[in-house]
Design a protein around this ligand. Structure first.
Ligand code: MTE
Ligand code: CO
Length: 390
């Protein structure tokens, strides 16, 4: 360069003066230069903020762990504020010994740590009929992935003396919406957790402090927050959130019910509409997330031409079953227009469908369980737009 770079040739303020001392932020906060990396909502989506949703800023994150303060929030009756010493978890129904646990009681059960994704069944729901929202935060941001600490749900059920006639479990929240869902007992005894920590610290209020249910691989709605009651029964309860909501209306007028499992899915998080290419052509990193309720991700392919040709992406080895996987595709961008897509395959061999194939199978009326392939149109100036190709 003709002129020297003054960041090199001149001493900068941060080099010349002392910085803030320890304890300037007893509970640390992100750099002020990251102030745009926040959860965001879509104003027209819901009538008010207490029964609403905001979205994880996926475009700005990397790795597989979502920072606690950026985990999307979905609540139907606002955030309950519960003093932990006043919280109770009751088990009743088809058990030999109905029980009430305090938080202190729960903390004395054997603990486990597990990393899982939570995806709302409505994630990508607004995209069902066509491309709509410009940014993966909005199209795919109803997912987060953290390490939970808690006790396996089966420990509590065994303590209460689960009867063999018990086939279903009702989980109920202590919030104003009293979120209530039926869960098959096999799932409850398999890998569900009653969790009170996320990423090592107490659950955030938005995520169900002091305790929530973790239902790995299954739709977020079943992960009851502020968990106050578990009832064992012999049939599902047919609650509002499993009949009128969280069902999928098909083209023939019938609705799919109890579609618990989250299917294989992926999205390119950067570049994407909120994370444009600012460096021009040349060396370019494509990155994204892939996940499946079936377990691990076996492979992710990336297309630069709207699905005509596919290239194997690199899956970062730091990955867990029923957690998000981080993938990368490094390439040399020639500066021309591209149609970026990612397509994941899970350990059971399920492959993410095109949106067209999904609509063919399920009709145009669905909201929930959209795992279709996402397309970003990369333009010559590096800007991107949410589009659909056929
Ligand atoms: N649990 C209670 N008690 N109340 C709620 O409104 N919302 C559910 C579920 N559990 C909800 C709840 C829905 S629809 C989802 S997607 C997840 O919580 C969202 O969890 P999060 O807010 O930690 O992202
Ligand atoms: Co939800």
């Amino acid at each position: 360069a003709a002129e020297g770079d003054r960041r090199i040739t001149e001493i900068q303020d941060w080099n010349r003066y002392l910085g803030a001392g320890v304890d300037a932020a007893p509970y640390g906060l992100p750099s002020k230069f990251e102030k745009d990396v926040v959860r965001r909502d879509v104003a027209w989506l819901t009538a008010d903020a207490t029964s609403s949703v905001n979205f994880t800023p996926l475009h700005a994150l990397d790795g597989i762990i979502t920072p606690n303060g950026l985990c999307f929030e979905r609540h139907h009756g606002g955030v309950a504020e519960i003093p932990p010493e006043d919280h109770r978890l009751m088990i009743n129904g088809l058990v030999d010994r109905p029980m009430v646990f305090t938080m202190e009681d729960l903390h004395r059960f054997p603990r486990e740590n597990r990393v899982y994704f939570l995806e709302c069944a409505a994630n990508s729901g607004m995209e069902w009929r066509g491309a709509q929202l410009n940014g993966c935060q909005y199209t795919h941001g109803m997912v987060h992935c953290v390490m939970y600490t808690g006790t396996p749900l089966k420990n509590l059920l065994n303590e209460a003396g689960l009867r063999s006639s018990g086939k279903w479990l009702l989980a109920e929240g202590a919030d104003a919406s009293a979120m209530t869902r039926s869960i098959p007992i096999e799932k409850a005894l398999d890998d569900c957790l009653v969790a009170w920590k996320m990423n090592g610290e107490a659950l955030r209020p938005e995520q169900g402090y002091p305790v929530r249910l973790v239902v790995p691989g299954w739709e977020g709605n079943m992960w009851v927050k502020w968990l106050r009651r578990l009832e064992v029964g012999d049939a599902p309860w047919e609650q509002r959130e499993e009949t009128s909501k969280y069902t999928d209306l098909l083209a023939d007028g019938k609705a799919r019910k109890f579609t618990f499992q989250m299917e294989v899915k992926s999205v390119i998080t950067a570049p994407s509409p909120q994370a444009p290419v600012t460096h021009g052509k040349g060396r370019t990193v494509i990155t994204g997330l892939a996940w499946s309720g079936n377990g691990t991700i076996r492979r992710v392919d990336v297309s630069l031409d709207g699905g005509r040709n596919w290239h194997a992406a690199r899956i970062d080895p730091q990955s867990f079953s029923k957690a998000v996987h981080r993938f990368y595709y490094d390439f040399d961008w020639d500066g021309s227009e591209l149609l970026l897509q990612s397509r994941a395959m899970d350990e059971k061999g399920f492959v993410q469908p095109t949106k067209e194939a999904l609509r063919k199978a399920r009709g145009a009326n669905s909201i929930y369980h959209n795992n279709g392939i996402q397309t970003w149109h990369l333009k010559t100036d590096g800007a991107l737009e949410n589009v659909e190709v056929s």
